[in-house]
Design a protein. Sequence first.
Length: 134
Amino acid sequence: IKKHHKPPVTRQVDRVRTENGFERDMTKTNAKGETATRHTSVVNDKEAQTRTRTVTGTHYNGGEYSGQSVTQKTEDGYTRDATRTNSQGKTTTRSVDVTIDKEAGTVTKNISVTNPEGETKDKVIVRPLPEKKN
């Protein structure tokens, strides 16, 4: 059996609660001394029933990325719209509409993803509703 040895990576994480969410900063340093960073901000708006998550960061090679998702509670589930921009400046969008049908015992996700070239792919996933743990 071959064991793969990963060079050591050190990770520093700082998390601070805010009035309506949290901020988290992470810095990773690899064996070559290169660093990668990630800043995450989460804001919960109870009145609007939304959760906004914003991420920015850098890769070990210095490339930057960013993204944001907004989750909105609905009567029978939630919606989530997300945008991600990679280090080449290319943007992908993803939209998810989730419906929870307690009577049928199912969760249905309608997912639509548009890649940087403007091509959209749609898919529907239906799963059984997870059983509640006691």
